[in-house]
Design a protein around this ligand. Structure first.
Ligand SMILES: Nc1nc2c(c(=O)[nH]1)N(C=O)[C@@H](CNc1ccc(C(=O)N[C@@H](CCC(=O)O)C(=O)O)cc1)CN2
Ligand SMILES: Nc1ncnc2c1ncn2[C@@H]1O[C@H](COP(=O)(O)OP(=O)(O)OP(=O)(O)O)[C@@H](O)[C@H]1O
Length: 198
């Protein structure tokens, strides 16, 4: 792993962990509004299949958005670390009463139920956590390579769905990230302040 990536990862993680709970709350409210506005802009009233994540480590808090999306009738999924091929993610249906368990990092995920897994191309949107992003939509994650590995096959094709959208605080933006061959760049990143499109 490049030293520069590790340094950026550590410094941006510290920045976002230092946000106050009030800043986190305001950010979560803005994220909710920005994503709903983004969906409305599609002029499409269909109920979407949306993979999201459960926030951890100072990440932009998705809990308000999750409730709003449920209220609007969309179907939500959360990442589950694959039980056998532990380097990939599965996306499992997430409902208010889904049984949950902590994964190896202490992040809650739905208890594995194979009947509730959504194949990647059936998702409309994949809302992704990230540690840092740059001016060109490159993404640096927590260092597990989970999203990059999960998306690798898709990335080699001209895929339509899911649309990849990164979620981040504005303080997670850096000028330029050192990129690796396996990194999957994003076309959209939503922060509390702005929706970036490339
Ligand atoms: N909220 C959220 N869920 C997610 C991710 C994420 O980035 N955010 N992931 C995105 O891929 C996957 C989990 N990836 C993760 C990778 C590393 C660590 C982490 O805390 N690493 C510790 C070292 C822990 C250890 O090795 O025991 C650290 O770096 O301090 C957390 C999540 C799936 N779910
Ligand atoms: N498509 C891939 N195929 C094989 N290995 C991969 C792939 N993508 C990433 N990896 C491996 O995963 C490790 C971590 O990658 P990287 O530092 O880019 O993760 P990340 O983007 O920070 O994490 P994440 O995607 O989980 O948020 C790398 O050492 C790399 O070898």
């Amino acid at each position: 792993m490049s030293n520069k990536r590790a340094t950026i990862r550590a410094s941006v993680r510290e920045l976002r962990n230092n946000l106050s709970s009030n800043q986190q709350l305001i950010a979560a409210q803005s994220l909710k509004m920005n994503f709903i506005q983004y969906l409305n802009g599609k002029k499409n009233t269909k109920k979407e299949h949306i993979a999201i994540y459960f926030s951890n480590d100072g990440e932009l808090d998705t809990s308000l958005l999750i409730n709003e999306l449920w209220d609007k009738g969309h179907t939500l999924y959360l990442p589950v670390i694959h039980p056998f091929n532990g380097a990939n993610l599965l996306f499992q249906r997430y409902e208010k009463n889904s049984p949950m368990k902590a994964n190896r990092y202490g992040i809650l995920e739905p208890k594995l139920n194979c009947t509730q897994i959504c194949p990647l191309p059936e998702l409309d949107y994949l809302l992704m956590p990230l540690v840092a992003f740059d001016n060109q939509g490159n993404r640096l994650g927590m260092g597990g390579g989970f999203y990059d590995r999960t998306l690798a096959r898709l990335h080699q094709q001209h895929w339509q769905k899911p649309q990849l959208i990164g979620l981040a605080h504005e303080c997670q933006k850096v000028t330029a990230l050192p990129i690796e061959s396996w990194d999957v760049p994003l076309k959209t990143i939503i922060t509390p302040n702005k929706t970036y499109c490339w």
